[in-house]
Design a protein around this ligand. Sequence first.
Ligand SMILES: [Zn+2]
Ligand SMILES: [Zn+2]
Length: 268
Amino acid sequence: MSGDAEAAFGAVADELRVRILRELWDAEGALAFSELRERVDVRDSGRFNYHLGKLRGRFVEQTDDGYELRYAGQQLVSALYSGVYTEDASVGPSPVDGSCFDCGGDLEARYEDEHGHVECTDCGMNVVMGGVPPAFVDGREDDLATAIDAYLRTQIRQCTAGFCPECSGPTTGRLAVSDYGPQAIFECGRCGGEFQGTASMVALEHPAVVAFYREHGRDVREVPVWKLDWVAQPEWDGDEARVTVAVDGDELALTVDESLSVSGAERA
Ligand SMILES: [Zn+2]
Ligand SMILES: [Zn+2]
């Protein structure tokens, strides 16, 4: 580390100085000395002035209007924040390999409001959408769609195994009516969390489906959800859901019962 960098790290190696930088970052404009001290919440004016002095010049400048961050100060605060995604974090959109089930249009992935989306750029259909925590996206921005797919599959595995992805409490599943055909809903008895998707989701990695894909030389666990058009199209069959998996012209018909168990699988 060069002497210069050491001095820079030294200048901010203090919790009070970090608080000063953050308050200046959050402020709308320049802050007067007394206003800044109030926000940082330090009574001892001498102590406050000492630490502010260590930042002045390199990170903070004093203008006629008061104190404000210099470019290096802004860089520093943004680096401090970069490891901690906030609720406002948004990533993308970025192009996705695949096409829309409905209209054949191009797909793109984006992360916004703590939700991951893979959607059609032509008709706007949300091919994949689900709640994804910001920390999961951190570091996966370059392949957002794969991260969304992996996260949602993990949630489905947890729900179908009977435990809540949020709190690990027991989940119960049921079928529900929706505009997109039969819907799978898992509810947690402990935290009240609710997770939903098409009824086909519960069959995504069912042994019969895994074996069917394997017969066709593919691993269904490695095909992203937006390339499995059958997942989007469950149908009602009385009180149960019927899921038809089609690969290379062959079909496998699955039945998902009211409690979201796969109750039957037969080759069509
Ligand atoms: Zn479309
Ligand atoms: Zn829960």
